[in-house]
Design a protein around this ligand. Structure first.
Ligand code: ASP
Length: 356
């Protein structure tokens, strides 16, 4: 063991200086995963979703290509999806059993792992901004309900009338659920949560997620989206992740942190093997790819009975999707010129890695 640690330290100290590279940036977004059937989506509806995703992607990509901060890119992208009635976040959030819209959000900065989260908020137009305010202007990470709203007032957030968040389609979903005694999944097997993950040109990672939760939620139910480690995680040493799906399973697996932890361990393992000469450091290839790790963790969610998806970016600028549903509203853009949005499985055209 001592030998392994010594060899590892030596390998780390004797790493050759990295060649000058143009700074990379990378962004991935999602607007929820679910049972999405191309035959059931009209071309008009599809175009509407694609335009909304593209607008969010462009807003975040502009921040990053201008040299801005990963946190600002995440907020810029998420706000646009919160403001769109198409997604289950901000305006267009699903209804609780009692007929209200209760919003959850979280955000994390990978440079210092500072984080903010809120749950069960009813009067804040952009929950992601309130989550960030908790991060920057409080000693806490997670505020809920009336307390979170009192904090919002104190910090100068406008009070948005609750009717602003309500849309006819989401109300109809609740009514259908009650009339037919359906479960949240039967009524609408779609998770419209929104999220963004970013790597900026300074090598900082950030992740944010915002949601209305699941249709007909009651008893103060909170899903994974506002939970740091479940729906959102960012660590400059590993990755940034935002999740969407059946929150209870994502909480049990600790999806976002699990992916980052496995990536960190994989990197340590690779360096250990290289230090022992077992694995040639010259190739500098990861032993297991970030895509494999994300897929494995999503398989674990599926083994428990859950479904959904994740987006992640790595310190190398890979922008990755992984989902075990038939589709996920998603998009990615990188400094290498990747810029695409997709809805159904297998629609990606570009490779995930920026290639400078
Ligand atoms: N993950 C969210 C929740 O369980 C739902 C979603 O992704 O739409 O609250």
């Amino acid at each position: 063991m001592k030998k392994l640690i010594a060899a590892l330290a030596l390998a780390l100290l004797s790493q050759p200086a990295l060649a000058e590279e143009a700074p990379k940036w990378s962004l991935a977004i999602h607007g929820g995963a679910g049972t999405l059937d191309p035959d059931k989506m009209t071309p008009e509806k599809r175009a509407e979703y694609e335009a909304a995703l593209q607008k969010a992607l462009d807003a975040g990509a502009k921040v990053l290509s201008d040299g801005g901060d990963a946190m600002d890119a995440v907020k810029a992208a998420v706000i646009i999806m919160e403001d769109s009635p198409l997604f289950n976040a901000g305006k267009g959030a699903v209804f609780t059993w009692e007929g209200t819209n209760e919003l959850d959000a979280s955000i994390m900065d990978g440079r210092d792992r500072s984080a903010g989260a809120i749950a069960g908020v009813k009067t804040v137009k952009n929950p992601i901004l309130l989550a960030d305010k908790v991060r920057t202007d409080s000693e806490h990470v997670f505020l809920m309900g009336a307390g979170a709203e009192a904090f919002a007032l104190e910090k100068g957030f406008a009070v948005t009338p609750p009717e602003y968040f309500a849309t006819p389609a989401r109300r109809e979903a609740l009514e259908r659920m009650k009339a037919k005694q359906l479960s949240a999944l039967d009524v609408d097997h779609k998770f419209g949560t929104v999220g963004a993950v970013a790597l900026d040109q300074n090598g900082n990672l950030a992740a944010g997620t915002s949601t209305g939760g699941m249709t007909g939620k009651r008893w103060g139910r909170v899903g994974d989206a506002p939970l740091i480690g479940a729906g959102t995680y960012a660590d400059n040493r590993a990755c940034a992740v935002s999740a969407t799906g059946w929150g209870e399973y994502f909480i049990r697996v600790g999806v976002a942190h699990e992916i980052c932890a496995q990536l960190s361990m994989n990197e340590l393992f690779r360096q250990g093997l290289a230090a022992l000469g077992i694995f040639p450091p010259a190739t500098n290839e990861p032993t297991i790819t970030a895509q494999t790790i994300a897929d494995e963790v999503m398989d674990d969610v599926a083994r428990l009975g859950g479904d959904g998806g994740v987006i992640l970016v790595t310190p190398d600028g890979e922008a990755i999707f992984s989902f075990n549903t038939t589709g996920m509203y998603r998009g990615r853009a990188t400094s290498a010129g990747v810029n695409e949005v997709a809805i159904f499985g297998g629609e990606e055209k570009a490779s995930a890695t920026p290639d400078h």
